[in-house]
Design a protein around this ligand. Sequence first.
Ligand SMILES: N[C@@H](CCC(=O)N[C@@H](CS)C(=O)NCC(=O)O)C(=O)O
Length: 308
Amino acid sequence: MAELILHHYPESPFSEKVRAILGARGLAWRSLIVPMVMPRPATIALTGGYRRIPVLQVGADVYCDTALIAEYLDALGSRPTLYPAGQLLAAQTLARWVDTELFWAAVTLRFLPENMGTFFADPGSAQAFAEDRANFAAGAQVRRPPVDEALARYARFLAEMETQLGDGRACLFGAEPSIADFAVYHMLWFIHAGGGMADWLSSRPLVSAWMERMRALAQHPGEAISAEDALAVARAAEPLPVDAASDITAIPPGTDVHVAPVDYGVMPSHGTLLRCDTRTIVIRREHALTGPVNVHFPRHGFGVVRGD
Ligand SMILES: N[C@@H](CCC(=O)N[C@@H](CS)C(=O)NCC(=O)O)C(=O)O
């Protein structure tokens, strides 16, 4: 198998979810640090337009969105599955809620002046970030809650989590971490990275201890790779074969399509549809910098439309 190349940046919470899963599963990985703001020419050449971070590149296959990246990594490495059959609905539903509803509360909390810490190195980077995220927000269909609502949502969540851990379990749904643990971990990591809300954790001993166990799993740095080398890896590889199929009658395999998130960061990727089923959407695209690549998206949370 080709090396795992994560396109990410240190401050990105969704990247922290994947870094933690890579660590927990003992997987070697290569780290391609992208800037916190656009442009990201190598990553965009690979995805064809999708700009959210992180992205996992494996040879000439590119996996977008941590929901799909986590499924991909679940098949690799050493620990039990992240998707235990007996808790599947609970774990997946919690992970999806955390990645959306709790995430937007977390954004409100992380950018409170007293919780910002050193997120921005200087006023210039704050300005560049604001301009970039204004572009990123174009066409978004999400609601970022005001502070009082975000605080209440988070307080209630932590109280319920403290209760759930009260029977001595190590992880949210048993002895081993599931996808829900990694989703909750990266959200708490993000909220508490600035240090301004430390007492929210210290007053919840079971959540604090769980957080330390999860943080320990995440300490597994990747080996740096440059954007040029990552592109060379794509050019030297062949995309993996895909069984052509589509569950949308009007959009059969071979159709020119756009694929985009349905909620925010809706910049589409353009390519030829290879597969669309209840789990994934896969397109084939080509760029002078990458050669032919297959770009994979989860079906949940993404839309596919004809490109012509
Ligand atoms: N559902 C997506 C969310 C990804 C996401 O929102 N990523 C943030 C960074 S943590 C992002 O892309 N922000 C804009 C940017 O970095 O350009 C996933 O699970 O990967």
